[in-house]
Structure formats: C-alpha cells, structure tokens
Design a protein around this ligand. Structure first.
Ligand SMILES: C[S@@+](CC[C@H](N)C(=O)[O-])C[C@H]1O[C@@H](n2cnc3c(N)ncnc32)[C@H](O)[C@@H]1O
Length: 218
C-alpha cells in the first residue's frame, strides 16, 4: 500500500527544539543530555509520521521520548507536529537508529523501546535489512533497564513469528511475549501509529506484543 503524501511544515515553524540531525547528537544519549533532567527515556525506532510520538508524549509527561526516523522528510514532519503542539518531552532524530542502539545509548538506560510496523523486506535475500535483526535485538536488549519494556507490533505475520523466535533464542532475558490488546479507537487519530490505523481500517490483522526485561540479579 503506498504512503499518503505529507503536508509541508510551515516555513516559520521553529524546529530547533524538536529535530536533531543524527550527526549533531551528543556522544552519549540520555534524558539528561537531551532534555536536561532524569525522566525515564523511551525510544521509538522508525517513527514515520510521528503519531505515536505525539500521543505518547502528551499522555506521559513524566517520561521523555526520542523518535528516530531514517527518512528525513518524515523525521521533519514528525518534529513539526511536536513543535506546533509545543511538546516539551519529545524530540525526533533524523537518521539511522542502528548506531544509536549499538554505540550512543548506554546499557540499561532506556525505560522502553518501541518498534511499530517496521518495513517488512519481504524477499528472503533482503531480510537482513530488517530493522529488527539479531544485532538490533541484542543491542536494544542491552539498552533496556531491568523492568524496561520492548513493544513490537506488525501486520506481517512472518516478521512477527521470526522476531518472537529470534528473541526466545538470543534474548531470553526479555522473557515471554505478552500480548497487547486492540483498543477501540475513540476518534480518527486514536491509534498507536498511522500504520496501525491503516491496517485496522483495511481489516488487516495486527500482531502486538510487549516484553519486559528481567532483572538478572533477582
Ligand atoms: C512502515 S513504516 C512505519 C512507521 C510508523 N512506525 C507507523 O507504524 O506508522 C517504517 C518506518 O521505519 C523507518 N526506518 C526504517 N529503517 C530505519 C532505521 N534503520 N532507523 C530509523 N528509521 C528507520 C522507515 O523510514 C519508515 O518510516
């Protein structure tokens, strides 16, 4: 299904507090370095148009949110929505999530990682391009604090099953997958993400789980 076109953000909208180019990130990513305090930090990988970032940040002001989106115009679009609603607890990074997870984010520093409707890369020879692969699963597991959450939703059954199997094999510390319920939408943008909205409006099944990282020392 093709993506709908994007509305351009207003020319005079100031994005300086909501959009960071990956090259301009601090060497270590933390809530203190990005938001100046110690609120729990949640990371979304592949934010697309940013619906999750908007909704999650506005309903959880006690947490801070960092969205990473590799396509510049989507990162800018999501940042523009955060800026126009004067959201103070969420920012977008324009760039690749991989080096953030493998280098810039410290071990056990994240409250949650969110991956919603990652690009499927259907062909077998392209599977290694999937954003959830062996290395990213190891890295995101390392970045989560004990008790931290990993949310993964998709409408691609094969991606869902492969990821659940891979996690059981290489990241058993994440425990068992906990199903997350579909929630009736109260209005047109009351979905976790734009892709969830699109799947549900087209009666496409969605597979939703969350994991909670165990505390090794308990
Ligand atoms: C299918 S879209 C889903 C967007 C959104 N999560 C939703 O559910 O509406 C997947 C998004 O992940 C982004 N993406 C893919 N690989 C990425 C990476 N390595 N780092 C950051 N974003 C990535 C894509 O550009 C795309 O916008």
């Amino acid at each position: 299904m093709p993506r709908s076109s994007l509305r351009r953000p207003g020319q005079d909208l100031d994005l300086s507090k909501h959009l960071i180019q990956a090259d301009d990130l601090p060497e270590t990513i933390s809530s203190e370095n990005l938001f100046g305090d110690h609120r729990p930090l949640e990371l979304e990988i592949g934010s697309g148009k940013g619906l999750f970032m908007m909704n999650a940040a506005s309903t959880n002001p006690e947490h801070v949110f960092l969205g990473v989106e590799i396509i510049g115009k989507y990162a800018k679009h999501a940042a523009a929505k955060l800026a126009s609603s004067q959201c103070s607890n969420a920012k977008m990074v324009s760039g690749n999530a991989e080096p953030l997870l493998s280098k810039a984010i410290s071990a056990a520093s994240l409250e949650a990682v969110h991956v919603y409707f990652p690009d499927p890369w259907w062909k077998k020879r392209h599977r290694k391009r999937r954003v959830l692969n062996e290395s990213s699963i190891r890295n995101l597991t390392r970045c989560l604090r004990p008790g931290g959450r990993f949310h993964f939703w998709t409408d691609v059954l094969d991606y869902f099953e492969n990821t659940v199997e891979l996690i059981a094999e290489i990241a058993p510390i994440l425990g068992i997958p906990i199903p997350e319920d579909e929630i009736a939408a109260a209005h047109d943008l009351d979905y976790r993400t734009h892709f969830e909205r699109r799947s549900r409006q087209n009666q496409i099944p969605v597979y939703r789980v969350r994991y909670i990282k165990r505390d090794e020392h308990q």
